[in-house]
Design a protein around this ligand. Structure first.
Ligand code: PCA
Length: 327
């Protein structure tokens, strides 16, 4: 090989190398979520994915796998942690078995409207960020569900009316609440709600007007009692190693889109509350303002649960409540 040929070969392999590097920098991310496509959270993350693709000229694309189709809900956080997927969405308070701070937004009657939910998130966010950081995770955004109400097959006027009812739960706190009410809880994921009612595994639930309407609750219950018990949140987290592999511009695009998704998600959630409650009504569900007796009974249980939560949540929980209550 003459010198010229060698030089050409070297140049060709360099160009080839460059192309491979540029190619490798385009990433396609899989994103699992437990919730179905028509959920407003899922619609919100679909816009987030579009925003990222647009801002990066397709250098980073995010494919959403909804309704627990890629990973089941309880596995999503660990799938992101282990790097099987770079990011994912799940119900924040599912992590309360790791640290009670994660479960603050599911404590009955601690924060019951959007202003309080926002203040609670402001107090929770720095602690949640620190805890997730230790696991190599970074929160991107968090969005609340509308206030949680009570779905039943009969009128409920007091806590006693709930005794013995088979109750659908979605986390440990709701399971505890159901037990304290005297109901019998079973954990059921959102996509399985209609089937669980149809087969008689459950006969009542506490969830948002969104999940009630999307599950066609009128097929299996008659009453919706608007107890506005808490506003639990979803969170979207990214694996920090995967995030660091992105170039700086792409990282910035993800963070900008995440910020927009959080703001948009909170607005979507607020709009959902009235819209989906109207859909429940239009489909024949009796929407009830709770009796003072029922609210007093439920709040009493909530207050005792908060006392227990404080004991388990330690100094981080105390700090959270201090910041929340000082605002
Ligand atoms: N829907 C989800 C979480 C809270 C809500 O409103 C569910 O029912 O599991």
């Amino acid at each position: 090989m003459n010198v010229r040929k060698i030089a050409l070969t070297v140049m060709a392999s360099m160009i080839c190398g460059l192309t491979i590097t540029a190619g490798a920098m385009a990433a396609a991310w899989d994103m699992p979520t437990p919730y179905p496509d028509k959920t407003f959270h899922t619609q919100n993350i679909a816009v987030f994915a579009e925003d990222v693709a647009k801002a990066t000229d397709g250098k980073l694309t995010i494919k959403i796998h909804s309704a627990g189709s890629l990973y089941k809900h309880p596995e999503i956080k660990n799938a992101v942690r282990g790097g099987q997927v770079p990011l994912g969405e799940f119900f924040l308070s599912l992590l309360s078995n790791e640290n009670q701070v994660y479960g603050a937004d599911s404590q009955p009657f601690l924060a019951t409207n959007y202003d309080e939910a926002k203040r609670l998130w402001d107090a929770q966010q720095p602690i949640v960020t620190k805890l997730l950081d230790k696991e190599g995770l970074m929160p991107l955004f968090s969005v609340p569900w509308p206030p949680q109400g009570l779905y039943t097959k009969k009128e409920i006027n007091t806590v006693d009316d709930l005794k013995g009812i088979k109750f659908r739960a979605y986390n440990a706190t709701l399971e505890l609440f159901a037990n304290k009410i005297g109901a019998a809880p079973t954990q059921i994921e959102v996509p399985d709600i209609p089937q669980a009612f149809a087969t008689g595994r459950v006969e009542a639930m506490i969830t948002s007007p969104s999940t009630g309407a999307n599950s066609k609750a009128w097929d299996f219950v008659t009453h919706y009692t608007d107890i506005q018990a808490w506003l639990p949140k979803n969170i979207v987290v990214v694996n920090k190693k995967a995030f660091r592999k992105l170039d700086k511009d792409t990282q910035a695009a993800v963070l900008t889109a995440a910020k927009a998704a959080e703001a948009r998600g909170w607005e979507m959630s607020k709009k959902e509350t009235a819209e989906k409650t109207a859909i429940l009504k239009d489909n024949g569900i009796i929407v009830v303002t709770p009796s003072p007796e029922l609210m007093a009974g439920l709040k009493k249980i909530g207050a005792s649960m908060l006392e227990d939560w404080k004991k388990q949540a330690g100094p981080e929980g105390a700090e959270l409540l201090k910041v929340y209550q000082a605002q």
